[in-house]
Write a protein that binds this ligand. Sequence first.
Ligand code: AHR
Length: 497
Amino acid sequence: IRSSMLIDKNFTVSPVDPRVYGSFIEHLGRAVYGGIYDPGHPTADGNGFRQDAIEVIKALQVPIIRYPGGNFVSGYNWEDGVGPKSERKRLLELAWWTTETNEVGTNEFADWAKLVGSDVMMAVNLGTRGMDAARNLVEYCNHPGGTYWSDLRISHGYKEPHRFKTWCLGNEMDGPWQIGAKTAVEYGRLANETAKVMKWVDPSIELVACGSSSSGMSTFADWEATVLDLTYDQVDYLSLHTYYNNNNNDTANFLAKSLDMDQFIDSVAAICDYVKAKKRSKKTIMLSLDEWNVWNTIGTSRADERWQIAPPEFEDVYTHEDALAVGCFLITLLKHADRVKMACIAQLINVIAPIMTETNGAIWLQTTYYPFLHASNFGRGTVLQANISSPKYDSKDFTDVPYLEAISVFDEEQGLITVFAVNRHLEEQMELSLDLRSFGEVSVIEHIVMESEDLKATNTKSNPRNVVPHAGGRTAADNGSVQAILNKASWNVIRLQ
Ligand code: AHR
């Protein structure tokens, strides 16, 4: 099959906000305990953080990491996670029915985030708590000193404030599974009043209001409209959460699910703009896709054996086709760079994650690590409009699915053009012709390919490099036009200058 793409530096979508390459670490499963924190591990530093994990996370260049939840945050008393470790309480954790030891809390996470070069996207508890705990937490984290909460932080060994800039007003408050779930009106009022006092404590912070837990919620769209109606002037972003899987084993349909993400983003942007129009506001609400990923084990929590400490949960083993889907999702996020300013692949380590560890043992990288690595490392600059012509197919849930999913990013400073492309065709290679007329002569730096004869191939502890990208994809440049071969069911990164 043949396809083409016109890439013109004068037709831009928007600069990429690096925070679209964000991620998420929740007190869930072995993400914190056994993931980033594993004091018994041979590579652990003096604070118990695994250096081997730090190294592979640093390589991803994740600019922001959401913490401490997720569902966990809706029952979390942040005060339990600060101060001398010997005095921290062990508590029943009701989101995941585990025992929380509180060995890691806000200050430890801030330390760790620095080590990996990330900012923290803090979430406050609007399930069991509210505005008082939230404003105190902002004071504890961000106020320089001279008040009870800021001095408490200093007494805990943190003279300098953490200066967390981005804060989530609760998590998935529409979901019946959420501790302290609320109606849109209940949540909207609480979020607005909480936002006010948080910003009074620190006017430099940015706030994210909870959108729906997914577009499948029965209250979807009404929830967004009502919450924004009640919070519009106080918040800066609205969150979107979306997970996909191929549990029906229909790969053509699975790879088309980025079209659903695309429509989800369009719909939520439209709702934000409806409220903007209604309020005659000049302010535009931006989107934070602060939970997205492939999640095949969704709904399979092992919590029936209650009150374990950091039991393995949602340790999805990702396949080659999952990596292709992640590639399609990343391309979709970039297509919406004008509106999606933050996004978090959920999660980062051990829980639906690109990185896996054995507690006190090995570390390995899942298939999905690689498209994320490429997008984050090379997808910096300005997104250019995707003018694509591609043959299409119909699948169970989608019509007119282009076999080619692609986007390009131009780094003007360095004169680099990067094309990210997935060939969704499961049997045929694709001849892709790129028209780069506005750039004049270009040359190929490299064409990275991720492919596998087996769509279900995985990386595991015993075979960690089963599916990895390789250089040497077939791309040739000639006089402003570039011809590339995209192998069947492949993820491609074509780097040009
Ligand atoms: O990321 C796992 C869980 O998925 C989060 O805790 C929750 O917000 C979502 O339902």
